[in-house]
Design a protein around this ligand. Sequence first.
Ligand SMILES: [Zn+2]
Length: 301
Amino acid sequence: MPNKPNFYAGGMLDRVSALRKDQSWIDARRAAAETRIVPVWRAQNFIFGDLEAPRAGLLTAADLPDGAEYFLLGLNGETAYFAVDLSDLEDPATHPSFAGRGSFADLRSFGSLLGHDEGNILAYARGLTWWHSRHRFCGVCGHLTVSAEAGHVRRCTNPDCATSHFPRTDPAVIMLVHDGDRCLLGRQPRFPPGMYSTLAGFVEPGESLEGAVAREVFEESNIRVGEVTYHSSQPWPFPSSLMLGFHAVATTTDIRTEQDELEDAQWFTRSQILGWEEGGPYRLPRADSISRRLIEDWLHG
Ligand SMILES: [Zn+2]
């Protein structure tokens, strides 16, 4: 088990789940001058600075338009952090709350340049606001839902139903397959040129994590795996996955990728990968990804 959390995980916030039902406490925190607001607009996070040197764009409640919905992220000491979804604004760049102060941008384009705590807070805010935006109606009866418990539940407004819906994340397995000396990396057509990464896929109903690892590896590459070992996990809010990372030992060597997702997959030795250079034909996945961590830990393990 690695002893440091993956990027976007961990962080400084105490989620104080026991306090979410205490509406008077929530109201007092919302009004407090030291409270920090994490704005999200149409799945984009607010940043100070530019995309080359971003900082989390944290505001105060007094900065925000009226009528915004607040979702409690947690506490850092006495300071509460709330995510606020401002997607109803047509153009936040011209709104007085934001004009000239920063910009909204996709976390995928700048996340790895943030500090660990800021990366965690922005990913958490993006994931939670995304869930709210996709669960405005009850999946049981179709009536409107409303946010409750400081944004950690949506409750159906139909009194005959009243179902509570909880924020969800979709489990996905991601695995570095190796045979001791070589590891298996593949690329999807949508990847940046030259990038090779670990294989990955969603866990299906009725399936164990190790079952999903074995199935995805075989479907994508025709490789069979034996021993599957848990490595670490990472929240991946693009839009709502929890990546569950594994190392898996291959028991076969014949790669075939004709099935669908991968346009290529290859065995690479450690020295091959360590020799990949900036601007060369091959490159590793982005620095904030668990796939990079799985590869790096195998390379140097
Ligand atoms: Zn309902």
